[in-house]
Design a binder for this molecule. Sequence first.
Ligand SMILES: Nc1nc2c(c(=O)[nH]1)N[C@H]1C(S)=C(S)[C@@H](COP(=O)(O)OP(=O)(O)OC[C@H]3O[C@@H](n4cnc5c(N)ncnc54)[C@H](O)[C@@H]3O)O[C@H]1N2
Ligand code: MOO
Length: 400
Amino acid sequence: MINYNEALEIIKHEIEKLTLHTEDIDILESYNRILAEDVVADVDLPPFDNSAVDGYVIKYSDRKEWKIIGEISAGNFSSFNLTENDAVLITTGSKLPSNADTVIPIEDVEVNSDLLKLKENVFFKKGMNIRTLGNDLKKNEIAVHRYTKNDAKTIAVLASCGKEKVKVFSKLKAAILATGDELIPINEKPAGDKLRVSNIYSLYAAIKEINHTVINLGFTKDDKEIITQKVKAALEMDIDLFITTGGVSVGKYDFLKDIFEEQGVKQKFWKVNIKPGKPIYFGVYEKDEKRILVFGLPGNPVSSLVNFYVFIKPAIEFLFKQDEIKNITATLQNDLKKKDGKRHFSRGILFEEKGEWKVTSEFSQSSGNLVEMSRANCLIEIEEERVNPKKGERLKCILI
Ligand SMILES: Nc1nc2c(c(=O)[nH]1)N[C@H]1C(S)=C(S)[C@@H](COP(=O)(O)OP(=O)(O)OC[C@H]3O[C@@H](n4cnc5c(N)ncnc54)[C@H](O)[C@@H]3O)O[C@H]1N2
Ligand code: MOO
């Protein structure tokens, strides 16, 4: 059985071979999308020297008094040829007259008719309150880099660069299928040994959470023939990822692994030395130009979602170069039980107290307890060699 780090490396190695497509979309639709081009400034930013404050613009000298000869407001420029004797009323953001070099804030002057006087003991220095042309960015320089995930800040820059259409990477397409004789639709009440099919909902939401496209193939019985047909159909689809849940352990009706093999999926690994989520299967299906990454996740609802968070999500983030560290190291607030040599991902609650990150974990850690998982906000990562971490120890927490 391979360890977590090796397994993740294998997935990253395979996901990197996916062909990424791009599309041009409206800037207003580009929030949370990843840029597929370096966006270059088509103008200097700001495009002209301008005033940072409402005040009076002058040509700097030793003088403390000036004559007001006019005004400039933002968007209503008029040219003045200032002498050292002159001042022009100017509003924030207005373009400066060509020979002006200093703006005095309105609070620091007294105005008497057209006479302007500097108040006593105010800060006064040549060049103050001026935002110079290209001071934020020069024309033809890169304003927003490829692989940036767009947010309000970067969209503002794109707008300033006149990008009405933005080239972004197309979303990956994933299809999900759940298997199990015990599964029933969620609009039915479970009776006897039946169970509502929660996994397709959790995985559907998890894929949406990272802003990719998901196709819900529903669920099917543990019937080898039926599952084979479903898998066959999925592998014919135009998708990048195929994710199944259930039927990947060693039980009599755990067919998925065999079915994948029969359908030409090349197994890369099966079972990872982790808890929960140990029986995860990973393979690759290739036909002509097509390449589909196939994940057979365990049926246990916590296991499949943890698998998503610790394998699929980081691999996708790696593919789109979004894998800057988002983990937090926190101080454990209670002893944890962990005797084996697996890597554990235990559900925890991370919080900040007096400037320190702390984490508690008083959940059962059962792979079936979804409600408990829903109350957690992190997975506490306990490495293979670590046993029974004690209160006060520092551990890495993955935000979920
Ligand atoms: N002898 C062994 N038995 C098991 C091992 C093992 O190594 N040796 N591994 C255990 C581990 S760990 C896990 S995890 C499970 C995974 O088993 P499967 O992937 O085959 O999953 P199922 O048996 O089909 O289901 C497990 C569990 O999850 C429930 N389930 C399944 N699908 C859904 C769904 N879509 N929504 C909600 N709940 C679902 C199912 O009812 C079962 O309770 O195997 C252990 N066994
Ligand atoms: O790995 Mo299983 O996911 O421990 O229950």
